[in-house]
Design a protein around this ligand. Sequence first.
Ligand SMILES: Cc1ncc(COP(=O)(O)O)c(C=O)c1O
Length: 392
Amino acid sequence: MKTAERIGRLPPYVFSDLERLEDEKRREGVDVISLGIGDPDLGPPQFVTDALVEALGRESFHQYSSSQGERFYREAVAEWYGKRFGVRVDPDREVCALIGSKEGLANIARAFVDRGDRVGVPDPGYPVYSQGAALLSDGLPVALRMNDSFLPEYPFPENLAAVYLNYPNNPTAAFAGRDDIDRFVEAAHDGGSILCYDNAYSEQYFGDSRPPSVLQTKHSIEGVVEFHSLSKTFNMTGFRAGFAVGDEKLIAGLKKVKSQIDSGIPKFIQAAGAAALGRYSGAGRPVELEENAAELEARMGCLVDGLRRLGFEAAMPGGTFYLWLPVAGDGSEMVRAMIEVGIVATPGMAFGSAGRRYVRFAVTAPKERIEEALRRMGSSGGVMRFAGGSGQ
Ligand SMILES: Cc1ncc(COP(=O)(O)O)c(C=O)c1O
């Protein structure tokens, strides 16, 4: 059977080989510790599931929603932007509901990337920008040059139709401040490209320094759109709920694409999402999210301390649930060695060639499991030969 050329352009799926090895270990009866995929083991707050159950019984909630989302959901998003970032947003023209932010990050390119258009993507970066967005829209991903703090170098490469950026960052856990945000917008304006800013981890910070929204820029938000997700913020990955907010022309293009493809987030999920966002009373996180962040920080501290004791160059990140660990050698080989002792992590290469000498850990397991993983690593010669790397 003939497949479309664009499918052929997608790179091989880095995870399939590792998934096979992991499955083999499970079949052998090995107790596998999962620190690979960024999918929280902790559940959503009780008030969110209560809202979901209540909404299931509401009249008409069994029926189609619309791809742009119910008005009550878009209003909840607009109110949240006001409370969290002090940014005024029009729920009708500047907000679009997303079936998870991944869908929106890919679909925006269908509206603004033509065949052969160049799309700036971070390397390392979340693979959807280069693949689901650029390649599946017949565009050409162009790696952005990044500095040692995993922030982009300026100016951006020439002739980009779109630029994707993401802070707090997956996989590196790099953060951007208000000045950085202004520089991102300035560089996109100067280069005449749209800016797709992925803020999926805005609520996963340790300490008091809250990540900004790109819409807080002092510059015009023309050509700028931000993507958000309830997945990580409220441990709602399986609910599939996110939203895009920004320049109304970009939102209109995204809505046009989506209206031809999907029929929106189920209404009862939108009700749960609106309840989640409505829990904020100001810019700070509600108590449930504070508790969640404290747990992630404790787990991360345990992982970082343990890896340092083993001789790795681990640095405590400012948030997210990822540790981007430089290793001595090829990260994919270290991941293989870890699977041998029943630990799953993600090779840095899964995020681009700049990740070759890194391994990404997600603290999606309780502290006791992380401690057990550290014990297994420490007694595995195969793993320990990667200690002491600098990522260069
Ligand atoms: C940087 C980043 N953006 C977006 C997503 C997608 O999240 P969702 O589609 O669940 O909203 C992820 C998921 O891992 C991510 O890491």
